[in-house]
Design a protein around this ligand. Sequence first.
Ligand code: AR6
Length: 173
Amino acid sequence: MTRLEAVQGDVTTIEVDAIVNAANAQLAGGGGVDGAIHAAGGPSILEECRRIVAERGPLPTGQAVVTGAGDLPARHVIHTVGPIWGQHTEAEAVELLASCYRSSLDQAMAHGCRSVSFPAISTGVYGFPKDLAATTAVAAVREWVEEHPDALDRILFVCFGADDLERYERELA
Ligand code: AR6
């Protein structure tokens, strides 16, 4: 059984095997979740990101790659690139966001993780509407869990604000 939970807090303080980062295609660091992860995890994560991009180029939207977690209380950081709202049709953006969640869970499973935390990908700088993002995230994760029963023990949706916590609790109810 995989438990799906919503918690309010900062992604960098959550103790799970893998934390998902809302990154950009260049894996270059930035603000929001990305900035917080690199600030708390230290420079080794960015060094690994640079090597990945040098080897395989920018990360396409909807895909995910794994690095170590530096000083964070996790074993891995899974970097995924969400869609920028307005750059795709709504249907495409929903599919790309769902793909971020699925690809991240695929990576977590491939790396032997049992617990994963997600931020609300694309809902900050990238401007994805928060209600639609929460509906999409929970549906994508539920679908993945049905296809991979028992692959993971816990999947956490880490909400930065009380409004997002309410949103996710509603979706998970
Ligand atoms: N813990 C949990 N959630 C957070 C945290 C945190 N420490 N900080 C922000 N949030 P964003 P995006 C919430 O902008 O929209 C970066 O510069 C925030 O309130 O981090 O996917 C990257 O480098 C929002 O709901 O990610 C990219 O260039 C959500 O996390 C770009 O931003 C996501 O906001 C990615 O934009």
